[in-house]
Design a binder for this molecule. Structure first.
Ligand SMILES: [Ca+2]
Ligand SMILES: [Ca+2]
Length: 364
């Protein structure tokens, strides 16, 4: 549970897990008035305190329910875009995974069989979102086209940076960056930078943590390829740039019987690599979260909160939804309404060793 709390908070903070509200981009129908007889189904409770991240939602939630049309044309399984499913993969004991096209139930691949060794990897040593406007404009990528860097998380910096610091320093969770095929850490023309999600190897008793076990979700269960990867990364005189690339990250939460899915567009990374350990400074991880994708993530997540008692992450969902109006800062389709959030995170890396995968947890 500790893992999930830390991780979900990380994702809320990192991915700017946000909901409907603010200006509607026009891509998703919304209601401003709750339908008759329908009450919002988001419970606002104090989170349980067993985790290490202590965050109490302090804003009442009254977001109205949305009207949503399931999108299942030609699909036999997977999400319907409204928090429901187009069908289940439960007819064949082996073919339990819905493929990406949602047209077929397939046997999931086994990342633990496909991936036994990892190349040079750096783990987050620090992580924060820039809150100072001058820093944002100078260091974050420009997504709005005005030549100045953007960060929709800017207003949340003072709220989330303390938690991000605790999380990274406490070693609850980490993003590990694997430098595939790199042998020259000062100059490499073309490689793939892979992002992996890990927890400390229990055998690592030191501080800070340097040995990590990977979450299975680091790999796509249809292809066994890393979910987060930046092809065409390059290092020139120590300066690394990678992306942009779009990726979706789906985190299954076995304890809760559910999953959260995030899609980051125009994802990009830059940093100064200082040695082959891999140490890096002045890192920036940035991308865009569209309102359309956010609404989809929320619908999927909220559908899992419709039970008594609601899963713990539903508390964080409520908190995240209250952040929403502050986050959308971009108008990508030029209709003057904000329809996406720019995300910008500053980080440094220290050398890390991937020792394997997190062993399956015994059933509780
Ligand atoms: Ca800009
Ligand atoms: Ca717009």
């Amino acid at each position: 549970m500790k893992k999930f709390l830390a991780f979900s908070f990380a994702l809320f903070a990192v991915a700017g897990f946000v909901a409907c509200g603010g200006d509607d981009g026009g891509t998703t129908p919304t209601n401003d008035v709750p339908a008759e007889g329908v009450t919002p189904d988001v419970a606002v409770d104090t989170p349980q305190t067993e985790g290490t991240v202590e965050v109490t939602p302090d804003v009442a939630i009254d977001t109205p329910p949305e009207v949503c049309n399931p999108k299942c044309d030609g699909k036999i399984c997977g999400p319907d875009g409204c928090g429901g499913e187009c069908g289940k993969c439960d007819k064949d004991a082996e073919k339990t995974l819905c493929n990406h096209a949602q047209t077929e139930c397939i046997k999931p691949c086994d990342p633990t069989a496909e991936h036994k060794a990892w190349e040079k990897t750096g783990g987050l040593a620090t992580l924060e979102t820039p809150g100072d406007l001058a820093v944002v404009q100078a260091k974050c990528p420009d997504f709005s086209g005005d030549g100045k860097g953007d960060n929709g998380l800017k207003g949340l910096a003072s709220t989330v940076n303390g938690e991000l610091k605790k999380m990274v320093e406490g070693g609850d969770f980490n993003i590990l960056m694997e430098f595939k095929g790199v042998t020259n850490f000062a100059d490499t023309a073309d490689f793939t930078l892979v992002g992996l999600l890990g927890e400390p190897d229990p055998s690592d008793t030191g501080t800070p943590k340097t040995k990590w076990q990977l979450m299975l979700e680091s790999y796509d269960l249809e292809t066994c390829q890393p979910v987060i990867q930046f092809p065409k990364a390059k290092i020139t005189a120590g300066a690394l740039t990678a992306g942009p690339n779009t990726f979706s990250l789906s985190i299954a939460i076995a304890e809760l019987g559910g999953a959260l899915t995030f899609t980051l567009e125009q994802g990009q990374v830059k940093m100064n690599v200082t040695d082959d350990a891999v140490t890096a400074t002045d890192g920036i991880l940035a991308g865009v979260l569209t309102k359309e994708q956010v609404d989809l993530t929320l619908a999927l997540a909220e559908a899992q909160c419709d039970v008594e008692p609601p899963p713990e992450f539903c508390n964080y969902l409520s908190m995240a939804k209250s952040f929403l109006p502050m986050l959308f800062d971009l108008d990508l389709n030029g209709d003057t309404k904000k329809d996406a959030a720019s995300l910008c995170l500053a980080f440094t890396l220290r050398g890390a060793t991937v020792t394997g995968f997190i062993p399956p947890k015994p059933a509780q």
